[in-house]
Design a protein around this ligand. Structure first.
Ligand SMILES: Cc1ncc(COP(=O)(O)O)c(C=O)c1O
Length: 430
């Protein structure tokens, strides 16, 4: 198939880099057309007389029609902030603000080593874009044996990748870094995609400082042999409950780890700012060698892919997020809610420390995030879930022997009752 000249030109910009080698066939075909979206972006800057580009009905220039029955619920925002289309790559101010956030939270990342974040429809939207742009059928996508189930649908279901799992933990309960290295080296291809998710869903585990450094080191070693796309899914970033946990994203180390390693940060306000239904996420590239032009070429490809799927992301949500991110009150509010979740974590730990040996459940390591997991001993996790449901208690079973509990969603005063029901029910099934 003949490539569009704009796609060819982006590919030429990327040629010779790890990004080009990692692109999927679909990724190679992508470009941002010089159609309505691009032309209206140009007009925003230059059409100072009349802007007759985009399909928005205006009362007057820059002032879209808005129903009073909508505006009255968010009266402090302008009509444009509520109902106008956002640019395909996202609101430029929001993108800049989020980039500053990434740099603040990841102080070892040199500012010129990352791209300007692109706005996506939630983190799921960002992951889906990564899968489209970088995963071909039969490519190997590595995830730990505790992984967010949607990865299977995203990478295997939609993109026909081979999902390869490696054990997250050793018997002793630390990260099994040897298994990770072995699994990458055993991939019979020059390319591998690795998805890292910390704080982890479902386990609630985040690496220690030593583990994070060791992991970055081993990935840099593996990149000597293979091109690596390492996706950092940072959905639960910031909810760290113990001393000694690595307090940054792995992206902090991976963005500059090796020329053959392209790091992709997938993050967003969904959990970090408690806006689950806003459907806003961000996708940011990091590399020690890509030029500004190459980062831009990747973003152009991503913009094309966004244009062809969701076109652009929720405007109202982006406007509200800009306000929140620039408000002096936000940090203290965030700290308040983080404290509440930490108290639930502490309570959960306390309850587990008193768990009797007769309970056929083994808590897995956890120190962060929303969740904790039990491995079941000799009882079926789905049977346990069903039995709990009979008692009016909802949990998640994963495979035959893992039960996930979202302690973050249960008020502290109810945790005792919740866990004693779980223990009691597990005992009754043994
Ligand atoms: C690990 C992980 N990644 C991504 C997501 C998706 O986030 P979003 O709701 O922004 O699509 C979730 C949501 O539960 C998650 O647990």
């Amino acid at each position: 198939m003949k490539l569009n000249p704009l796609a060819q030109s982006l590919n030429q910009t990327l040629e010779g880099s790890v990004a080009y080698r990692l692109l999927s066939d679909l990724g190679k075909r992508m470009f941002f057309p010089r159609g309505v979206a691009a032309q209206s972006m140009e007009a925003k800057e230059k059409a100072h007389r009349f802007d007759a580009t985009v399909g928005i009905a205006n009362v007057e220039r820059g002032k879209p029609i808005i129903l009073e029955e909508i505006h009255r619920w968010v009266p402090e925002l302008s009509p444009a902030e509520i109902v106008s289309y956002a640019p395909t790559p996202g609101d430029p101010e929001l993108r800049k603000l989020w980039q500053q956030e990434i740099l603040r939270k990841n102080p070892d990342v040199p500012p010129d080593r990352i791209s300007l974040p692109m706005v996506t429809s939630g983190l799921t939207g960002a992951l889906s874009q990564v899968a489209d742009l970088f995963v071909n059928p039969h490519d190997h996508v590595l995830v730990s044996d505790f992984f967010w189930g949607n990865y299977r649908l995203l990478f295997e279901g939609r993109r026909e990748a081979r999902l390869v799992t490696y054990p997250l933990f050793t018997e002793e309960g630390s990260l099994d870094l040897e298994a990770l290295e072995r699994t990458i080296r055993d991939i019979p291809a020059k390319k591998a995609v690795l998805v890292l998710n910390f704080p982890n869903n479902p386990t609630g585990y985040t690496p220690t400082v030593d583990e994070a450094r060791a992991m970055a080191g081993l990935l840099a070693r593996c990149a000597e042999e293979k091109d690596l796309l390492v996706v950092c899914d940072d959905a639960y970033f910031g909810l760290f409950y113990e001393e000694g946990i690595y307090p940054h994203s792995l992206f902090n180390l991976l963005a500059t780890a090796h020329p053959n390693l392209l790091a992709v940060k997938v993050d967003g306000p969904t959990k970090e700012l408690y806006v689950w239904g806003f459907r806003i996420g961000f996708l940011t590239f990091g590399s020690p060698v890509l030029t500004a032009g190459q980062f831009d070429a990747l973003n152009q490809k991503l913009a094309g892919s966004l244009r062809a799927t969701v076109s652009n992301s929720n405007r109202l949500a982006q406007s509200l997020l800009k306000r929140a991110l620039t408000s002096a009150h936000t940090p203290s509010e965030l700290a308040k809610w983080a404290d509440l979740l930490k108290a639930r974590y502490r309570k959960t730990r306390q309850i587990l420390s008193r768990m009797g040996d007769d309970v056929p459940l083994v808590p897995q390591p956890f120190n962060s995030g929303y969740f904790m997991c039990f491995k079941t001993r000799g009882i079926d996790a789905e049977a346990l879930r069903q039995a709990l449901l009979e008692k009016g208690i909802g949990t998640i079973s994963l495979g035959r022997d893992v039960l996930r509990v979202t302690f973050a969603s249960i008020p502290e005063e109810h945790l005792e009752e919740l866990f004693s029901e779980i223990f009691e029910t597990a005992r009754s099934l043994a």
